[in-house]
Structure formats: C-alpha cells, structure tokens
Write a protein that binds this ligand. Structure first.
Ligand code: GDP
Ligand code: GDP
Length: 437
C-alpha cells in the first residue's frame, strides 16, 4: 500500500498549483476564480524513490458561507484517508477564520498523522516575516513555499517522505544486497579474481538458482554485508565452449552490468589500460553502474616504492574525465588487496544510494553557482533557483532554473565536478539535469 498525502486548504490558496508542481504535469485545473467546482484529483507521485498517492481535494460551491463547511469536510476526509496532510495557507491573504477552524480541527483530530503547514505564495523575501506569523496556527514551524516557482517544495517533500513507514523487510533485504559484476577483457584474471573472493568464503558460498546462461551468480557475506558476485567468465571455463569470444563476452558483460550495482573492471597490469578496457568501463557507466578499476597481476610487476603511484597516475591520465573512479592494484594469485577491492565496491554501492538533504545541497552549492553562474551562448543570464536530488541508485540531481534549456554542456560538467568536490560520490556516475522552474 502506497502512503497517501492529501492537500487541503481554502480555495485559491494554490493547492492545485502545488499538486501540479509535485506530480510534475499539468493535470489539475488551475483557475483564478475562487470556488471553482472540481472533483478530487488523485495521482501517483514520487519523491526520492518513494512513491505515494497525492490527493488534491476540491469540490467547492460558490457560496461564501458554504466554503468553510466544504473545506472542513474536505479536511475530515483527508484525516480519514491520508497518511500525511499538507495544509496550504496563503501568505498574501493572511490568516483567515477558515484557516483557524481547519487548524483547530487538524490539531485535535490528527494525533498520529503528520500535518505539514505550508504557507504558499512566499515568492519574495519580504513575505517571509508575514509567513512566519502562521506559527500562530499551532501546527509547528510553517514550511514557506511558492508553489508556482517550486520554492521550498523540495524541503517539504523531503520531510514528508521521511515520515513514511520504512519499506517492507522483504523489499529492504532485496535492496540491501550489493550486486557486483566482475568484468574485463579475456585473460585479465576475472575468474581468478572471483575464485580468490569466493575461495576464502567457501563455506558460505551458494550458487543462486535461476542463474542465467550468461553468468554465474554467487552469494557471499563479508562483515555482515550480503554480496552477490556476478561472474561473467566462469561459465565459459566450465562449458569449455568454443565461441566468438569477443561477441559473447560483450553481450555477457552487458547483461551482467544491467543487473549490477557496481562493476569491478579488471585490467591486466602487464598490459596497461587499452581501448577495449575503456569501452568496458564506459559500458558500465552508460548503464549508471558504479565502477572501480582493479589493476590485476600486480605480483608480476617489478616495483619500487613509487610504482603503484606512477601506475595509478598513468591510468588516471587514460581515464581523463573519469578520474572519479577509484583505482586499486590487486593480485588474484596472491590475493593481495582483493578484499580491499570488495570493500571499495561496497563504499561505492553506499555512495550510490546516498541522498543529500535538499537544504544541505542548496547551502553547499548555491553560493558556488552564484559565484560562477551559467551563461547561455546568446548571453542570457540563467538563474539557478534551487537544487534537489530527485533519485538515488543512480543519483539524479535537478537544478531548477529559468532558461534551463540554454545551459551549455560544459556547465553541466562543471556542476558535476562541484557535486563531487563537495559530496564525494567516488566511483558513482551521477546525473545532472537542468529543469525549467
Ligand atoms: P486552489 O484553489 O487552492 O487549488 O488554488 P490554485 O492552485 O488554483 O491557485 C490559485 C491562484 O493562486 C492561481 O492564480 C495561482 O496562479 C496562484 N498561485 C498559486 N501558487 C502561487 C505562488 O506560489 N505565488 C503566487 N504569487 N501565486 C500563486
Ligand atoms: P579471465 O579470462 O579474465 O577470467 O582470466 P583468468 O582468471 O582465466 O586468468 C588468465 C590468466 O592470468 C591465467 O593463467 C591466470 O592464472 C593468470 N592470472 C590471473 N590473475 C593473476 C594474478 O593476479 N597474477 C598472476 N601472476 N597471474 C594471474
């Protein structure tokens, strides 16, 4: 059962506008005339990977005295049906008698349900002080929003989603397994790497039923964390089939990456990074898989104190803009740092499902963006209003701005670097979108 969120409030405070803003499409009818009769509008909505039903209550009559009754009965309905209630007021209209009545009702009847007081139309700083006055309604700190511009809506939704009951255990355990794909060109040591990992954990290795023809899945546990290792190489070895290695390993790699959270891309230290390696890395990133690079056969390299660093730098130079991918030198034969690679993969998995609070995101990024704002080719200023992380696994960041379409690609890259600088996301491909506000 999806949680239900209801929007209540007097006519014309901006409920439909907020509803549209949250569901992202122009479904509800927005009308300037107070008391426009319309039906209840229920739509699927999603915020940060949590879906819920959003209810915009309507159905007003045109008579003034009936409005109060209508709003109250609508609030009653919301109390019965919804898990959370957004009570919208209008800063420009001030606190009205109906607002006070509704607030009393919500305070008295809604013990276990969450009520979010949203003071709308706060689209200029001057109005903030007026909006604070709504505290008087006794519903806690008001959320200051402007539904039309989308200001403050992300913070409101953040808190609402946080109050939802956590996902059922089954779904949680499903998503708390780290799925790793071990990929790389032929002979770099994929099978050896997989054996090195599973060998040590032999007693708890299970072959997972339903493993496809293309790969073998093995489960193992490390420090209490469940992993699934998707091995693209093992099957070839077992079946001993002669096949077009290039073709089969490519489709296998693709299929494994589709299912994985993080790719461990194995590279042969004796050969260095080659075009085909880069192609595999890009395959992972295109599928928004987290990735790390394991330079294998490290035991074969003659080394002095600086070798590892020199190697890593050479790889980083090859990777260019992919320098956010961690690189680790390993040996599947001596098992050196094999588990460091696994631990690193788990860190990437965690980073990939991290959500940065909207307020923190804006506090950290907006000043930087204001210091070097985007400019369109035509010289038009593009003002970024606010930023929100809309999704995890993979992380998706939306920058809401005027003239969003004009933001050049180079600026998108700049912003991505900025996010990494402030929040890490090592080994995690992130998506940055500029959206029209
Ligand atoms: P509802 O009757 O509560 O659903 O209100 P509507 O969403 O239909 O909005 C009523 C009026 O308020 C419309 O003219 C909207 O354009 C306007 N409105 C909604 N949100 C804002 C806002 O954030 N700022 C301003 N200035 N006007 C808004
Ligand atoms: P795959 O085709 O990527 O699965 O590669 P394999 O695991 O079959 O390894 C190919 C060859 O490299 C085998 O002869 C392995 O013994 C060897 N090999 C794999 N890892 C290492 C390593 O870390 N050190 C050394 N010296 N040899 C390795």
């Amino acid at each position: 059962m999806k949680p239900t969120v209801a929007i209540v409030g007097r006519p014309n405070v901006g409920k439909s506008t907020l509803f549209n803003r949250i569901v992202g499409k122009r479904h509800a009818i927005v009308d300037d005339q107070p008391g426009v009769t319309r039906d209840r509008n229920v739509l699927d909505a999603e915020w940060c990977g949590r879906s819920f039903l959003l209810v915009d209550t309507g159905g007003y009559t045109k008579e003034e005295d009936a409005i109060s009754r209508a709003v109250l009965s609508q609030a009653m309905l919301a109390i019965e049906e919804a898990d959370a209630i957004i009570f919208v007021c209008d800063v420009r209209a001030g606190i009205t008698d109906v607002d006070i009545e509704v607030a009393d009702l919500l305070r008295k009847k809604v013990a276990q349900k969450k009520v979010y007081l949203a003071v709308n139309k706060v689209d200029s700083d001057v109005l903030r002080a007026d909006a604070e006055a709504f505290r008087k309604l006794g519903l806690g700190e008001p959320y200051l929003i402007a539904g039309e511009q989308g200001l403050g809506v992300a913070e409101l939704l953040d808190d609402i989603v946080k109050s939802f009951p956590s996902l059922p255990e089954k779904e949680q355990s499903q998503i708390s397994v780290v799925k790793l794909a071990v990929v790389g060109r032929p002979n770099v040591g994929k099978s050896s790497f997989v054996n090195a990992v599973l060998g040590e954990e032999r007693q708890i290795v299970t072959q997972i039923a339903g493993t496809t023809r293309d790969s073998i899945d093995s489960a193992f546990k490390r420090n209490g964390q469940d992993f699934i290792l998707i091995d693209t190489a093992g099957l070839r070895k077992r079946a001993k089939v002669e096949e077009d290695v290039e073709f089969f390993s490519t489709t296998r790699t693709e299929k494994a990456l589709e299912r994985a959270d993080v790719a461990i891309v194995i590279i042969d230290a004796t050969q260095g990074i080659e075009k085909q390696d880069l192609r595999i890395i890009n395959m992972a990133l295109e599928r928004k898989c987290g990735a790390l690079i394991a330079i294998n056969k490290w035991d074969l390299i003659e080394k002095d104190a600086k070798t590892a660093e020199v190697f890593r730098e050479a790889v980083a130079a090859e990777l260019k803009s992919l320098s956010y991918l961690p690189v680790v030198t390993v040996s599947a034969v001596t098992k050196q740092r094999v588990f460091k690679a696994i631990d690193l993969a788990k860190e990437i998995w965690e980073a990939r499902r991290t959500r940065i609070e909207t307020s923190l995101l804006n506090r950290m990024l907006l000043p930087e963006i204001q210091r070097s704002p985007p400019w369109s080719k035509s010289g038009k200023e593009i003002k970024v209003k606010y930023i929100a992380q809309l999704a995890v696994e993979p992380p998706l960041f939306a920058f809401y701005a005027g003239n969003a379409k004009l933001v050049p690609e180079s600026y998108r890259k700049f912003v991505e670097r900025l996010i990494r600088e402030k929040f890490g996301f090592r080994g995690v491909p992130i998506e940055v979108q500029f959206r029209q506000k």
